[in-house]
Design a protein around this ligand. Structure first.
Ligand code: UDP
Length: 238
């Protein structure tokens, strides 16, 4: 349990494409919109956020263009920190207290990742934004979302997706017969090789008994609904 706090605690994963609106860099209006939706839940729910960086760099893609994979991954991690700062700014403009914690130390812009301090911030009603992934090459921010959720003892992982609103029986962009699922188990998702989430993240959640909700960003108020625990998207359970 989380020290007697009765509040629901969630770990929200925002992928980089959510920040860029599908383009390179940060689209301030996109970030402002997300920040408002998160602000609407503060006080009701404790919110920790893991931020992706695909709107800047993905290490695997850069390494295919000839860069050293680890160095490219560090570039990817640094990109996530820019997204964190943008989100922090718009959350603070919306009146929300925030802290950014980075897995790569950079004291001028963020606290270091200190799990017990993160939990303390959440208990005080601050939104904690985790940047720089795990600080380790070859990891993805989806995997980090599962890890951080476990370490800060979140009740659920909320995977916000762009362009898809849940888990389907097949790729809805390619197969007209694809149906959206309200729920499925990790075993089924792993067996069916569902690609909407990272396999490592799913395995980690399965092994540690943590549910995940996969939902689409696009609907009006969807981020608020997901944080508040309304039935939205697809729930993936152990
Ligand atoms: N990354 C990494 N280690 C981590 C997290 C991220 O090396 O722990 C790098 C990796 O290169 C990745 C990039 O940062 O491609 C951006 O993260 P990700 O692709 O997970 O972002 P998203 O797809 O959510 O936008």
């Amino acid at each position: 349990g989380n020290s007697g706090s009765p509040r629901r605690r969630v770990l929200l994963k925002l992928s980089g494409e959510v920040f860029g609106g599908g383009k390179l860099g940060v689209d301030p209006e996109m970030v402002r919109g997300i920040a408002k939706q998160i602000a609407a839940t503060v006080g009701e729910v404790e919110v920790a956020i893991v931020v992706g960086g695909g709107n800047f760099f993905r290490g695997a893609e850069l390494s295919q263009s000839g860069m050293d994979r680890s160095r490219a991954d560090y570039m990817g991690m640094l990109g996530t920190v820019m997204n964190c700062l943008a989100l922090q700014d718009f959350l603070e403009q919306a009146g929300v207290e925030t802290r950014v914690q980075s897995a790569i130390t950079m004291g001028q812009v963020a606290e270091a990742y200190i799990p017990r301090r993160a939990i303390r911030h959440l208990e005080k009603g601050r939104v904690v934004i985790f940047g720089a992934g795990a600080g380790l090459p070859y990891f993805s921010t989806d995997t980090v979302a599962a890890q951080r959720a476990l370490e800060v003892r979140a009740d659920v992982v909320l995977m916000a997706k762009s362009g898809v609103d849940g888990v389907y029986t097949a790729d809805p962009h390619k197969d007209a017969t694809a149906r959206k699922l309200d729920s499925l188990s990790y075993d089924d998702a792993l067996r069916q090789d569902i690609r909407v989430m990272d396999q490592t993240a799913m395995t980690m959640c399965k092994d540690n008994n943590l549910s995940m909700v996969v939902f689409g960003m696009e609907g009006e108020g969807n981020v608020t609904s997901a944080i508040m625990g309304e039935r939205i998207g697809t729930i993936v359970s152990p």
